[in-house]
Ligand binder design. Structure first.
Ligand code: IMP
Ligand code: MG
Length: 196
């Protein structure tokens, strides 16, 4: 059983057994509610800015971005980048690399980066440093999950779904060695990876 309580939203781990032997941290219902809140907040914040460009960070963002984008009430478009730092499992393997760039010119656009999870913050920090010089009208960040205990530097994340403890989570787009991404809830794997 997971006994800690979570960050500023105060949710306890939900504790039920998920599929593939995971322990449920956030159920589908909890996720759905929080995505709705984020979508309302973002729609309101950008209501006077015209079109919003969502930049999804592949591959982990794909489910969150699909859910979030469908619940925004403002006009927008979507593009993707792919970044890589974790070569396998959960061990950071060297510097972040841009594996696939945007197809959109972001100069003068309102850009919101959409990430599955901010862990050390290295990935997001790198992506901000790549996109900032392209002169977007605004550049903000949204991560469904964040691990405050692991953050290396004080990184601005404008929208956060949940702050979580330092555990390896899977499901809702998040993987461990490529597995578990399609699980509908977010869970902790029973045997945590040793390599951390
Ligand atoms: P960061 O650069 O350390 O912030 O790591 C960010 C990336 O690591 C995320 O976009 C994920 O792809 C991956 N990651 C970090 N923690 C987890 C986790 O608990 N589960 C699955 N992927 C994770
Ligand atoms: Mg990611």
């Amino acid at each position: 059983m997971v006994s800690y309580r979570l960050g500023r939203h105060g949710f306890a781990a939900e504790g039920a057994m998920g599929r593939e032997g995971t322990e449920v941290l956030f159920s589908e219902e909890t996720i759905r509610k929080r995505v709705g809140e984020l979508a309302r907040q973002i729609s309101s914040d950008y209501s006077r800015d015209g079109e919003l460009l969502l930049v999804g960070v592949l591959r982990g963002c794909y489910i969150f971005l699909a859910d979030l984008s469908r619940r925004l009430t403002i006009p927008g478009s979507i593009d993707f980048v792919a970044l890589s730092s974790y070569e396998s499992g959960t061990t950071a393997a060297g510097p972040v690399r841009l594996v696939m760039d945007l197809r959109t010119d972001i100069a003068g656009r309102h850009v919101l980066i959409v990430e599955d999870i901010v862990d050390t913050g290295g990935t997001l920090d790198y992506l901000l440093s790549v996109l900032r010089p392209r002169n977007p009208a605004s550049l903000k960040t949204c991560a469904f999950l964040r691990k405050p205990a692991r953050l290396v530097k004080d990184l601005p994340v404008d929208y956060v779904g949940f702050d979580i403890p330092d555990v390896w989570v899977v499901g809702y787009g998040l993987d461990f060695k490529g597995r578990y991404r399609a699980l509908s809830d977010i869970g902790i794997i029973a045997t945590p990876p040793a390599a951390r």
